[in-house]
Design a protein around this ligand. Structure first.
Ligand SMILES: [Zn+2]
Length: 501
């Protein structure tokens, strides 16, 4: 008997030593993908030289003056969009001579830059998306400079839509104009898709552009859209800024939960009213969130950043096979990180009777869901049914619900090219894939490419984030130059037949 115990202890001890050895070996030798994609290769084209940054800033400023505001349920401001279209034509004459321009859904624009490779080469084109519309501004007086003045002051271009997303829109024209001047011709065909209603679902603009390609059976090598940014001081444990490229987008939609009952006077109520029954269901949903786990895009992010981390963080993230439960519980502590690791459910609306002394014949609540790429709308409904466990509660998916996107592969030549393009323009930052928890126009293109990258080449701190859709939106002059350089680099590198040099 004693011998058996001894044998067991020796075995267990050996196992523990092995475990520690694996953890340490992985900490030291698993470096993630971070270091493979440095931008300073000898054969890399240097970033585009911007001759006159102030002149470029002024051209952006001109585009900001058009009040292409999207307001839910309001008609499109046709004259403002027409004005912007005219302005682009006048400001970028070479582009308008060399590229085909197609108007889609009245206010959206599609530009085609034909590639030099023969059609028979079967090269898929690339698509760059940027929306023309902006959100409303609230009170003008709160702005340091009037939101549609496009004022250039203190090293910044100020105005609604600078970041979201006229900088991208105009920077692409700047990049194309400059590349045309150089005599550059892409091998792949490059499309520029400029929707007009992204801020109210994009269904008419980007939706119609996507449909145009669906009908012509065109698929894209990759699609570039807005999304994540270069996070400066936003990722715990990271000293350098990190360019985060959204390789997936959460699904979004709402569920209506309702309970039917008897109407009547509240002087003789049943033990439970429809509102009471529904409330119980809602509190069960809140008490039983969907499972959280760091996997997919979130895991890829940390794995890419291993070489950037200190020893302890590196030990943890290189050994998620062991430490996943610890990481999961840390991620759940803050709403921002919690949203990255699970499908979130938020009870946003509730309605019962509309008089204080009348029993509610029908109680209705709305639960907004943001669906992690590993889940689905059906999966959310199944989860809710199980946790509320009450047949009286009816569940209906409200109109407009969207499944999460696919996850674009990171182990691909294309993604390496994409990250290299970032590093060629921003040599001193790190980069990593990530999960985009908001939504943008690329939602309409989910079936048109395996590779959708959601990223804007702009450095942001926690102080800058509220400016998007908020007050004093702005982009720095230097930052704007990088916008132009990044899109030029993406067109040069991504437009090549072989994405990997
Ligand atoms: Zn946007």
């Amino acid at each position: 008997m004693k011998a058996a115990v001894k044998k067991f202890l020796a075995f267990a001890g050996g196992l523990l030593v092995l475990l520690i050895a694996i953890v340490l070996l992985r900490t030291v030798f698993v470096t993630g993908g971070g270091s493979e994609v440095s931008g300073d290769r000898a054969d890399a084209p240097p970033p585009l030289k911007i001759e006159d940054p102030l002149a470029a800033a002024k051209r952006l400023s001109g585009a900001i003056r058009f009040r292409t505001i999207s307001i839910e349920n309001a008609p499109t401001r046709a004259a403002e969009f027409a004005g912007l279209h005219r302005y682009l034509k006048e400001t970028f004459p070479l582009t308008h001579r060399a590229l085909e321009r197609t108007v889609i859904a009245e206010h959206s624009l599609l530009y085609t830059w034909r590639g030099s490779a023969p059609e028979s080469a079967g090269l898929k084109p690339i698509m760059i998306l940027a929306h023309q519309d902006v959100v409303p501004v609230g009170l003008d007086q709160e702005w340091t400079h009037p939101p549609f003045s496009g004022t250039i002051a203190d090293g910044f271009i100020w105005g609604r839509g600078t970041i979201d997303m006229k900088a991208t829109l105009v920077a692409n024209f700047e990049a194309i104009e400059a590349l045309l001047k150089e005599g550059f011709v892409p091998e792949r065909t490059i499309y520029l898709g400029l929707g007009h209603d992204e801020e109210k679902t994009g269904i008419h603009g980007a939706g119609s552009i996507a449909q145009y390609f669906r009908e012509r059976d065109v698929r894209f090598d990759f699609i570039q859209d807005e999304g994540l940014i270069i996070a400066d001081g936003l990722i715990p444990g990271m000293t350098r800024p990190v360019a985060l490229v959204g390789i997936a987008q959460k699904g979004e939609g709402s569920l209506e939960l309702s309970v039917l009952g008897e109407s009547g006077h509240s002087s003789m109520p049943p033990p439970r009213t429809t509102v009471g029954i529904l409330s119980t269901a809602l509190s069960r949903i809140e008490a039983n969130p969907m499972p959280a786990s760091i996997e997919g895009p979130g895991q890829s992010m940390f794995e890419s950043l291993l070489s950037e981390m200190g020893f302890v963080n590196r030990m943890i993230f290189a050994n998620l096979w062991l430490f996943r439960p610890v990481v999961n519980s840390i991620m759940q502590q803050k709403p921002q990180t919690n949203a990255a690791v699970r499908t979130t459910l938020a009870v946003t609306m509730m309605r019962g009777s509309n008089k204080d002394n009348i029993l509610p014949a029908r109680a209705v609540a709305v639960v907004n869901m943001r669906i992690h790429p590993r889940d689905s709308i059906a999966g959310v409904i199944e989860h809710i049914k199980r946790v509320i466990d009450d047949e009286r509660v009816q569940i209906r998916v409200m109109e407009g619900a969207q499944e999460p996107s696919r996850v674009s592969p990171v182990a691909s030549k294309r993604f390496a090219m994409y990250r290299r393009s970032i590093h060629q323009v921003f040599p001193d930052i790190a980069s990593a894939p990530g999960l985009f928890i908001a939504i943008a126009d690329s939602r309409h293109f989910k079936d048109l490419s395996e590779n959708i990258y959601r990223f804007q080449p702009v450095l942001m701190t926690s102080e800058d984030l509220p400016r998007i859709h908020g007050v004093n939106e702005r982009v720095s002059l230097d930052g704007y130059v990088r916008f132009i350089q990044f899109y030029a680099q993406l067109i040069r590198n991504g437009g090549q037949a072989d994405n990997s040099p």
